[in-house]
Every structure is written in C-alpha cells, then in structure tokens.
Design a binder for this molecule. Structure first.
Ligand SMILES: [Mn+2]
Length: 341
C-alpha cells in the first residue's frame, strides 16, 4: 500500500506504474454519478489515446437515464458489464469509490495480487484498498484529480474527454456552488474548456433535459417534503410505490435531495428512497458548514463532510426516517454546542 505525503499530486511511483500499463480495466462506484462515469470513461479514453488497451467497466443498466449522454460522448472506448482476470489485465483502476465493497462491477477487486489495483478518489472515508492509492479529500471531484493526473502525465485531453471530466466536476460541485469548489477546481475547469469541453451541451444535458419520469419523481419529492418544527432540518422520501408510479428506477436517484436542501434556513437535508423493496437509501446534505458524514457513518454509510449516503436493509421506510431524523437532531445539537464551546 502506498500513501502519499502530499495529496495534491499523485506520487511519482503511481505515475510510473500507470505509464507502464498495457491493458487496464477502469471502474467507478455503484449507482454511478457524473463524477464516477466521467472519471472512469474519461481516464480510459485518455489511456487508449496513449496506446494502452483500456476498458471501462460500467454496466449500462446501472446508468441513470439523465447520464446516458456521457456514454455517447465517446464511441470507441468499450464499456463492459463484467471483467475477467483471464483477459490479461495488468491494471485495475478504481475511481471515485470509497471502499472496495462499493465497486460497480462483478466480480469486484482482483484479490490474487496478480493485477495491481490503483485507487484514485476524493472521499474522506476512502479505505486505501489499492496497491497504489491517491486520495485527496480536498479535491472537488475525482474528475478534477483525473484532469490533474493526465496533465502530470503529459497526455492529451481530447474534447470528449474534456467534456466528460468537466461534467463530473460540475456534478460533484452542484455547478461550482459547493464549498469543495476551490481556485484549483476553477483552473482545472478552465483548462478543460481550452481542451474543448462543451459547456453548453453538458449544461443542457445535466440541467435542462429532464425526462418525464425524473420530473414525476421530483414532483413527489416536493410533495413529500417535511420541515421540522425548529426549521433546521428538511427531508423527503420516495416509497417504492412512488418509483413505480413515476416510471423511475432506483438508479434515477441522483441529487434530488437538492429540493429539501434548497429551502431557506435549512441546515441539513435528507432524502429517503426505497428504489428497490427492502432497501432504504438515504442522501444527506449539510448547508453552511454543517457536517453529515459522521451521521452517515453512525448508520454504516459514508461519503464527504457535507454530502454523504447510507443504505439500510430490511427496515421499514417510516422507521428508518424516524431514527435518522432523531439522530440528525442530535448531530446538529452537538455541532452547535461544539461551535459555542
Ligand atoms: Mn465524486
């Protein structure tokens, strides 16, 4: 295992190891978002331009409808539903994935040690499961890291790769509006624009191309939104029945928690969804410096300081909501007490 002293750039060891690969498999996390798809498809495509045989591991069935456009940005990078060690890979690259159990691929990590695992991520909860690890929890997105990586390697960024990486940065920063957006984020975005990233196309696809089922889901998120008496917490939910009625799939849950979060004065927002029966997914967001990652960890989830997620199995949605909202109040009280203390 290799951890870097300074995290802004990958170690020379990781760079050299990556340069010497001939055949790699690149994957991201389950329920892939724009950052997971943009970084894995973007890096795989940039590696192919260097003559490295790179395959992006991304089961099409796991991609939300609104993110389909990312797959169409590149035509000659193969996307695979599964992988096999017999295919002679000498690198297994995991991007934007906090733990090995979150990899969006069967089978998961190669465990026999014959294939080097590269782990590049910005989740603070990353378990450094790779042989080569580059974790920069200050980075806005894994796409920002991949852009830095490609620049450091001196590789070419085509307009399609630039659009993929830009989309991931845009997605993870909610359009450059989250505290994770740094001067480096903006500079990286500017560099990607100079490489040909199509801002208008990505913006149209991400913000102004809602399919009807997503629209129907949002209608229900608005309808089900509850604000606590003290106005500090807003949350909403979607039952499995809501998914069926909207014609939506579990993978269509992305950033709908932005709706309760958008209410003025709310410090913490949550979205509880039962996309598949028996599994409650929770998206957590903190506003104004409020942390949610510890709250997520309490329920065996994880993520970033101000944006995190949890999955709870075999417990009724209403019960989960009650428990988590109670814990959210405790968490807010503790954070306020610490500020005053
Ligand atoms: Mn990310």
């Amino acid at each position: 295992m290799t951890l870097n002293a300074s995290n802004f750039l990958p170690s020379d060891e990781l760079l050299a190891a990556l340069r010497s690969r001939r055949r790699v498999f690149v994957v991201g996390h389950v329920t892939p978002d724009a950052d997971a798809i943009g970084s894995s498809l973007g890096l795989a495509t940039a590696m192919r331009a260097q003559g490295i045989h790179a395959v992006c591991g991304l089961p099409a069935s796991t991609v939300a409808k609104k993110l389909d456009f990312l797959l169409r940005l590149v035509s000659d990078t193969p996307c695979a539903d599964s992988w096999s060690a017999d295919d002679g890979y000498d690198g297994f690259i995991v991007l934007d994935t906090a733990g090995a159990n979150r990899i969006n691929m069967e089978p998961g990590l190669p465990l026999d040690g014959h294939i080097d695992v590269f782990n590049i991520d910005h989740h603070v909860s990353n378990t450094a499961f790779g042989r080569y690890n580059w974790i920069d929890a200050k980075a806005s997105s894994t796409c920002e890291l991949v852009a830095r990586l490609i620049e450091k390697l001196g590789w070419k960024v085509s307009p399609s790769v630039a659009s993929l990486l830009y989309a991931g940065i845009y997605g993870d920063t909610a359009g450059f509006s989250l505290p994770s957006t740094s001067p480096d984020t903006m500079e990286t975005a500017a560099t990607l624009l100079r490489c040909g990233a199509d801002v208008a196309f990505v913006g149209e696809q991400l913000c102004r191309s809602q399919v009807r089922s997503d629209f129907e889901l949002l209608r229900r998120v608005y309808d089900n939104t509850v604000v606590t008496d003290d106005q500090r917490i807003a949350y909403s939910h979607l039952t499995h029945q809501d998914f069926l009625a909207a014609g939506a799939r579990p993978e269509d849950i992305d950033d709908q928690v932005a709706i309760p979060l958008a209410l003025k004065g709310v410090h913490m927002a949550m979205l509880f969804t039962e996309g598949e029966p028996g599994v409650v997914r929770i998206n957590l967001r903190g506003e104004g410096g409020v942390r949610v990652v510890e709250l997520a960890q309490k329920f065996h989830g994880g993520g970033h300081a101000h944006a995190a997620g949890v999955r709870i199995r075999n417990k009724p949605l209403q019960e989960v909501m009650k428990e988590v909202v109670a814990a959210a109040h405790e968490s807010l009280d503790a954070q306020i007490a610490a500020l005053k203390g």
